[in-house]
Write a protein that binds this ligand. Structure first.
Ligand code: 8YV
Length: 341
């Protein structure tokens, strides 16, 4: 870890030692450095297992991100770390149960990235339906020969039906934008239907929202499907070949959740067979590796995990981690404590 980490602050008094596994927005790094013995991975290259082990064995708190896959057996070793304060709402990269069993507290950063991720979801949906990436590539390559009635005809978004898998904070924010901004009809699948009051604000403004207890019954009626469930053993390859086949051939899939929720090989096969019209993806199985067969396809829009990537949101995520650290080191319950994993 010595090569990849640089000590950001020195202090004579014993201050909690906090490790950031990546570079964070400057304002957050500066704020944390005022309060903690802050160690930053200035290389900004993801930690390997040895670096993570070293961090867990030297720091009081480690702040991982989505790029830190922490092996559960690291928690069998002697650790100084008492808090894993994740930078991000999703925490499938952390073996939460193993950490908690060893007495570590685990937190995440909900709420602050909801709007940002929902905005990007709508962007992907519009881009893939309206062939924006394809058009931009054509123009930049100097291949645009001018307007013509049949040029790059896409699919209308307004008024179509959007299926949402996972109606948590981000799913609801997507539903609000799609229903109220684009007059889309919403169907959703969730473990439980939401109570009427959670959707009232939208339905009072005319949103049509229908709950499906069975995902398989929802899929055939979707023009677009957007995924907003967490990655868990239950949602691993939720969108497999059989479920992709239940979508109409003119449907589009949008994934801003986690790559593991989609079977990429099945998705590529469905696109190749024209059993699906297109896909807008921000996340991938095994990212940053992306299946090379996707690169050459014009029916996909591929973004490099940008869901929460605005300066406002990434700063807010960092400040939310700061609030969790502050509460923890003051002996209080962190606001975003994850309960029994
Ligand atoms: C984050 C995300 O940027 O918060 C999440 O779950 O998917 C991203 O938008 C990333 O997880 C940072 O750790």
């Amino acid at each position: 870890m010595q090569e990849v980490m640089a000590k950001a602050t020195q202090s004579k008094a014993r201050r909690p030692k906090v490790v950031l596994t990546r570079r964070w927005p400057q304002a957050v790094e500066a704020k944390l450095a005022e309060r903690y013995d802050l160690v930053i991975n200035t290389s900004d290259i993801p930690f390997d297992v040895a670096a993570m082990r070293s961090a867990l064995q030297q720091a009081d708190a480690v702040c991982p991100t989505v790029t830190d896959f922490i092996p559960a057996d690291l928690f069998d070793e002697d650790l100084t770390c008492r808090l894993l304060a994740n930078f991000g709402v999703g925490y499938n990269h952390i073996p939460v149960k193993a950490a908690q069993q060893r007495g570590l507290v685990v937190t995440n950063t909900p709420d602050v990235l909801t709007d940002c991720t929902a905005d990007l979801t709508l962007m992907l949906l519009l881009m893939v339906a309206r062939r924006a990436g394809e058009g931009e590539r054509e123009l930049r390559a100097g291949h645009w020969s001018g307007w013509r009635p049949t040029h790059l005809m896409g699919t209308q978004v307004s008024g179509k039906t959007l299926g949402i898998v996972g109606m948590g904070r981000i799913g609801q924010a997507v539903a609000r934008r799609a229903a109220l901004g684009f007059g889309m009809k919403i169907r959703y699948h969730n473990r439980q239907p939401l109570d009427v009051s959670s959707l009232e604000q939208m339905t009072r403004q005319g949103a049509q929202i229908q709950y499906f207890a069975q995902l398989d019954e929802m899929l055939p009626g979707c023009d677009f499907l957007s995924l907003h469930c967490p990655a868990t053993p239950e949602t691993q390859h939720l969108m497999n070949a059989a479920r992709l086949a239940l979508l109409p051939p003119q449907a589009y899939l949008v994934n801003t959740a986690r790559g593991d929720v989609v079977d990429d090989a099945a998705l590529i096969a469905a696109l190749e067979a024209k059993a699906l019209r297109g896909a807008g993806l921000d996340v991938y199985q095994g990212e940053p590796k992306v299946d090379a067969r996707l690169h050459g396809r014009n029916d996909v829009v591929l973004l490099p995990h940008l869901g929460s990537a605005t300066i406002e949101t990434r700063t807010a995520m960092g400040m939310r981690v700061a609030a969790n650290l502050e509460a923890f080191f003051s002996g209080l319950e962190p606001p975003d404590l994850l309960l029994g994993g």
